[in-house]
Design a protein around this ligand. Sequence first.
Ligand SMILES: *Cc1c(COP(=O)(O)O)cnc(C)c1O
Length: 407
Amino acid sequence: MSEQFDKVKYIKNCEDKLKDQFERIDEVAFFNQTKVCEAFAANCIAARHFSGTTGYGYGDDGRDCLGKVFAQAFGAEDGIVSPHILSGTHALTVALFGLLRPGDALFCVSGLPYDTIRGVIYGEGNGSLKDFGINFKCVDLINGKFDFTTIKEGLPKAKVVYIQRSRGYELRDAFSVDEIGEVCRFVRENGFNGCIFVDNCYGEFAEKREPTEVGADIIVGSLIKNPGGGLAQTGGYICGKADYIDMIGKRLTAPSIGTEVGSHALGYQYYYQGFFLAPHVVAQALKCSLLIGEAMAGLGYKNYPPVNAVPHDITRAIQFDSAEKMVHFICEVQYASPVDSFVTCEPWDMPGYDDKIIMAAGTFVSGASIELSADGPVKPPYIAYFQGGLTYEHGKYALMKILDKIV
Ligand SMILES: *Cc1c(COP(=O)(O)O)cnc(C)c1O
């Protein structure tokens, strides 16, 4: 078969089928670019905001305005954006510890949270929320959708309602912002007056609105994913209601200090510039995801979300019928990377995960999954999670290599 198979023609054919999707993505990107530019203008961003500060960092305008720019673009009152937040997991941890007190309950309505958050919530003797007397309840999804009846029953005890937008290592679709809005409305109508909290990882700029524009109080994410635009070298953000941001800021630093302290000698240019690029970069990643999805589906590989459906985040789950095929796919993504293209991926015990994880991330920023990357636990049903791509052309190049291997 491989001799007759014309990769270039096959890919062109896939692209033709995706024309409407790509047009829609361009329109979303333009809409979000407008939001970001308006947020820059409203905050009078100037070269001085890029400068670093040292020591306590009192009066660090670069730091403060960065939070304001993110908050405005996300339709939130206030925001913390910081290179001192180490990752998405750390951002979520700081936010949860900032909001919850002993005796409170955290109520997750979107199924079990992402792997690395589980130990934060109910780890034993590791300083988890549970160790501090914070209770946890979780409502499973029904066929990937919210179970409103069970959610209603759990609300009276809850202090924070937790929603995870993206799929994590689960075989479900990401929630649309509309769906998140619906669950926000539902919990309010049923008397919930605590904090609605969204793990927004991988969702930023995939749609025209963010969860904070449809009723969520707090959104949290990583800067080496969507909103860093591929330029941010580390960091996380937390945006939302000003009162909650104040509580969280006091946990990020110290209760007596809050967010008026914190310096970053290297300055903030890449954080601003990355956020400026983010709507476009997310569009590139969405197109890479759809192209890979269409091409793999055409060859008989089941993948999610369906290529004819509007994607609500940048990730794609691709199912293989053996560990070997899954590993081959991930290896090809690594071989197509600009950095460490000569490395062969192997499964390993990644910190924070129970299963052995294999990860292709030949990225400029170590582990940045807004760059073309693929990963997953090597166990049945053998699902590789593919995401990122700073340029559409890179995704296409990777697909050429994947087709060489699997056809
Ligand atoms: C990536 C991710 C996180 C946090 O991950 P880090 O690797 O710690 O940045 C949390 N939740 C979801 C859904 C994610 O995709």
